[in-house]
Design a protein around this ligand. Structure first.
Ligand SMILES: [Zn+2]
Length: 296
């Protein structure tokens, strides 16, 4: 285990225990989430280090890298994922209307999104740490995907779009990753970072059972305020908060299962609906947010 002595965002050394959260997916161990006394940022501490973390992803249930369609829940997950891919593609096409269409997907998983971009005329590059996911992306879709060590030596100032879909909360060397991402992005390029929002209504409703805390895989638990502070350090800023309404349903359904040990579809769907409804037009309250980011 690795114990952080500094807040990953503001570098302050004083934290308080915010919540004890059980890993309901793989290890069934309990982890502490700390809150920084200065800036309020919440992070899993202590956490497995980069060598140890692998075993916490070893589960059939950890479906982010899985493509086996099994059961209603997984089928629904894949159905919704396909709609989400089309939406994401629409966003990046709107952002970059010219002929230059170069993009990098950091943490591309099995490559479904990257493959959709490639079919749509984008010049694509992927980075993925999981060997099995990387193999799938390369063999099934013929994608150009690198392992993490190659990331920092990619060509500087060369991508119009860089995407991280539910990836940044898993990255051990946070500042280092952001320095590299900023250096790879063209001056007028855009970064899209999707992460769960621990200041959402569904997070408050489920407390320690909120599925998007997901320790120890999720090392950080961001709010819009934290993202502003983190990006500011790296010469970038949020230009738009894009809500991800499906995530409220997905996270609420999983949270119901963690809470009661069984899947309560009705209660999960109602909480997801309530989370989406109550946020109104305020995207900063959404269960998960895609941050549209540019250089300052
Ligand atoms: Zn802090």
């Amino acid at each position: 285990m690795e114990k952080l002595s500094q807040c990953p965002v503001c570098k302050e050394g004083k934290f308080e225990a915010f919540l004890q959260v059980k890993d309901n997916v793989v290890s069934h161990e309990t982890f502490t989430i700390n809150a920084c006394e200065k800036c309020g940022f919440k992070f899993t501490n202590p956490r497995p280090d980069e060598q140890e973390i692998g075993r916490y992803y070893e589960s059939e249930e950890y479906i982010y890298h899985s493509n086996k369609k099994k059961g209603i829940f997984l089928s629904a997950f894949h159905f919704v994922r396909d709609i989400a891919i089309r939406n994401k593609l629409k966003w990046i096409n709107t952002l970059t209307p010219g002929n230059s269409k170069s993009m990098l997907d950091y943490g591309c998983g099995t490559g479904e999104f990257l493959s959709a971009c490639k079919r749509n005329g984008w010049q694509t590059k992927g980075v993925e740490t999981s060997p099995s996911a990387r193999k799938h992306a390369i063999e099934k879709f013929g994608l150009d995907v690198e392992d993490l060590p190659a990331f920092s030596s990619l060509p500087k100032n060369s991508y119009d779009i860089i995407t991280l879909w539910h990836v940044l909360e898993h990255v051990h060397r946070l500042d280092e990753a952001l320095v590299t991402l900023a250096s790879l992005l063209k001056t007028n390029g855009h970064l899209l970072i999707a992460v769960p929002n621990c200041s959402s209504l569904d997070a408050a409703h489920y407390g320690a059972n909120w599925a998007a805390y997901d320790p120890p895989r999720h090392l950080y638990h961001f709010t819009p305020k934290d993202m502003d502070a983190l990006l500011d350090k790296h010469g970038m800023k949020v230009v738009k908060h894009i809500p991800l309404p499906f995530d409220a349903f997905y996270v609420s359904l999983l949270s119901e299962r963690f809470k009661s040990g069984k899947m309560n579809y009705l209660s999960g769907l109602l909480t997801g609906l309530r989370s989406n409804w109550s946020k109104g037009k305020d995207s900063k309250k959404c269960s998960s947010i895609t941050y549209l980011i540019s250089k300052k």
